[in-house]
Design a binder for this molecule. Structure first.
Ligand code: MLT
Length: 300
């Protein structure tokens, strides 16, 4: 019998693949053989002597102490691509939100509650403050061309945008499934300096931490809109706040609400909802559970 610990709620569609005769699944398991995790922070967690595998139901593994796992021979799995469509759909929504000031408009309209018959007149007078550009014909830079980045790039092409892609780790020509209409950038600076919209889809690591910083803002096209549904640490918040203040950046959409980013009219904060769809949760859980099952049962 294998003990499996769940650190977050994991979709039943995945858990039901673990037969009750062979696997005991609990969020209280002591000294488990494997751990299933979504976003819980495991960086300081002590590992028991039985632990053989950790499977993250998601793509990023920055909540797992990879070096410590490697030292102890604990295998770490993730589920790249399994939630890509869920994240991609929110990125497309963010693109529109950043342009059309949708969420500011909604909050303002809600604030008219109680104004009675005055509402239509107030709307007529007030709506011009929420005007924003259409995205068709504008240039978007997609940084990171894994499963999510490629989907975003291809959808942006269908929305009539001029799309330019770059990946800090692989040759853009190797990006699998990328539309031939996507321009292949030769450097990150080419994206930073020419795009009206920039969306970032790279993992957080030593090479990417703080990649949006004052040096990059200094070369950025004035009035760019930046979408970051990847990891908060990719952006130096203080430098972003300065860039928003001086108009270099017109809008920042982040899926990582941090204290210093709240309450700023030019920042749209989403509570890390990229993969919060039943479809993504199921896909990730099924992939993560199969990985753990195969590893414990067959060692692969
Ligand atoms: C991921 O790493 O897969 C996404 O950020 C979504 C998530 O953390 O669940």
């Amino acid at each position: 019998m294998y003990n499996i610990k769940t650190l977050n709620s994991i979709s039943e569609k995945g858990l039901e693949l673990l037969s009750k005769d062979e696997f005991m699944v609990s969020n209280e398991a002591e000294n488990p053989d494997a751990i299933l995790v979504r976003s819980a922070n495991m960086l300081e967690m002590e590992f028991g002597s039985n632990l053989k595998a950790i499977a993250r139901a998601g793509a990023g593994v920055n909540n797992i102490p990879i070096d410590r796992c490697t030292e102890k021979g604990i295998v770490v799995f993730n589920t790249p691509g399994a939630n890509a469509n869920g994240v991609k759909e929110l990125v497309i929504a963010a693109l529109f939100m950043s342009s059309r000031r949708i969420n500011q408009g909604i909050s303002w309209a809600q604030s008219l509650k109680g104004k009675g018959d005055e509402v239509p007149k107030l709307v007529e007078k007030g709506k011009s403050q929420f005007e924003g550009p259409e995205i068709k014909g504008k240039r978007i830079g997609v940084i990171g061309l894994g499963a999510i980045g490629v989907m975003v790039a291809n959808d942006a092409v269908s929305l009539g945008m001029e799309v330019i892609g770059y990946d800090p780790f692989i040759s853009v020509n190797a990006a699998w499934g990328l539309s031939s209409s996507v321009i292949r950038a030769t450097s990150l600076d080419q994206i930073m300096s020419t795009c009206d919209y920039i969306t970032v889809h790279v993992p957080l690591g030593p090479e990417t931490k703080g990649m949006f910083n004052k040096e990059k803002f200094a070369i950025m096209k004035k009035g760019a809109r930046i979408i970051n549904l990847s990891r908060g640490g990719l952006v130096v918040n203080k430098d972003m706040l300065d860039a928003l203040d001086d108009g270099t950046v017109a809008c920042y959409v982040t899926d990582f609400p941090e204290q210093d980013l709240l309450g700023n009219d030019k920042i749209i904060t989403i509570p890390h909802l990229g993969a919060s769809t039943p479809e993504s949760e199921e896909n990730c859980a099924v992939m993560a559970v199969n990985q753990v099952k195969d590893y414990l049962e067959k060692g692969v």
